[in-house]
Design a protein around this ligand. Structure first.
Ligand SMILES: [Zn+2]
Length: 378
């Protein structure tokens, strides 16, 4: 998103945006949505396998209070629980967005962060500015800045900026309250601190096929494709391509009936002292969106890896790349390894689903991931 966008356009973008970063589970502020299914099951947990606790009729209005992997936590009268997000359409912005602060969207569609003038210095223009853990008002407040404070802009995402303070803390602030061109604090910011070692040969890569066992992940809306199957098949292809390049590969699961916990998946990489960690997922959204998304959490630890892979994904695997995005996922956040999470298409989109369920697509995506990893170690 270019920073020349008017505030009105930004506000409109925010109001129209619906959560489409799965698993982030931190929707910022409640909003109202309408049911677009003749009968929609409400479940106890954000999973298709969870028990049904109620149902909603077409046209029902619900309050959405949380999001997790394409599932939305809703409340309507005495009914509350989780529903598949693609059967809901948002009818209102958050209270904050509606009142004009334009900062309350659950998640913001990103364009390429590289267009966001990262690396520059800016000064705080608000008398007090909160630093948050992520790009939205739903994220935890980590600290605050005063007017005139100088910050380094690490990344822009939507109308949020990831910044580093003079004292070295990092976090997110609303981009409208910082202005470029402030005096430089002279602080040094280096991107991608991971050492460059020359070759992927001999490197140990952990590939994490998302979901598994009783957790099918997202379900395709047209062909009933299960995300957990696609992630495993794709991971096997990634393993083949990586081994052909001389890398060593471990998978966090190798069977359809396995469901390692998120912390266990992270632990596998740590215990093996692996060189990189890639989590594979397929996406879902109530919006008509298509293509891939590549997530990072730490700009020091993850961004260069994510960028290397996204560069390859965008070179034509059959679906467009939606670029890089900050993602507050356990698997990235709790991971000390360079880690990235890729969403390789939308199972809520009929065209995407028909493409991603083919072996030829999965191989192209896997090859791009392997080549991106090779670029990373080059
Ligand atoms: Zn997933």
């Amino acid at each position: 998103m270019k920073k020349t966008l008017s505030t009105a356009m930004l506000a409109a973008t925010l109001l129209l945006s619906t959560p489409w970063q799965p698993e982030s589970a931190h929707a910022a502020g409640a909003y109202t949505a309408k049911v677009y299914a003749s009968s929609l099951n409400v479940r106890s947990e954000p999973a298709a396998s969870a028990s049904v606790t109620g149902s909603l009729k077409s046209g029902a209005l619900v309050t959405v209070t949380d999001e997790q992997h394409g599932w939305l936590k809703v409340r309507a009268g005495s009914v509350s629980g989780w529903v598949a997000g693609y059967y809901l359409k948002r009818t209102s912005g958050t209270a904050e967005a509606a009142s004009g602060t334009a900062a309350g969207a659950a998640s913001v569609k990103t364009s390429s962060p590289s267009s966001g003038s990262a690396g520059g210095t800016a000064q705080v223009t608000a008398s007090s500015l909160r630093i948050r853990g992520g790009p939205g008002t739903g994220y935890k407040v980590l600290g605050s800045l005063k007017e005139g404070d100088s910050v380094k802009i690490l990344l822009r995402q939507g109308d949020w900026a990831r910044i580093r303070t003079a004292s070295g803390e990092t976090g997110w602030v609303a981009g409208q309250y910082i202005a470029r061109g402030g005096s430089s604090t002279g602080s040094t910011w280096s991107s991608g601190s991971s050492p460059r070692t020359g070759s992927i040969r001999g490197k140990l890569i952990v590939i994490d096929p998302g979901h598994g066992g009783s957790d099918p992940g997202m379900l395709g809306t047209s062909y009933d494709t299960m995300e957990k199957d696609l992630t495993l098949q794709t991971a096997f292809y990634v393993r083949d391509y990586l081994r052909a390049k001389g890398a060593r590969v471990e998978l966090t699961r190798t069977r359809g009936d396995q469901k390692p916990s998120l912390s266990r998946r992270v632990q596998i990489g740590q215990q093996l002292r692996a060189d990189a960690f890639v989590s594979i997922h397929y996406n879902s959204s109530p919006k008509k969106v298509s293509g891939t998304l590549t997530f990072f959490y730490s700009e020091n630890n993850d961004l260069r890896l994510a960028r290397s892979i996204e560069n390859r994904l965008r070179q034509g695997i059959g679906l467009k790349s939606n670029g890089l995005s900050f993602g507050d996922y356990h698997i990235l956040r709790e991971n000390s390894l360079p880690a990235t999470l890729v969403e390789l298409g939308f199972l809520s989109n009929r065209t995407d689903e028909s493409i991603v369920r083919t072996a030829s697509y999965q191989k192209k995506a896997a090859k791009a991931i392997a080549e991106g990893l090779a670029d990373y170690f080059d």
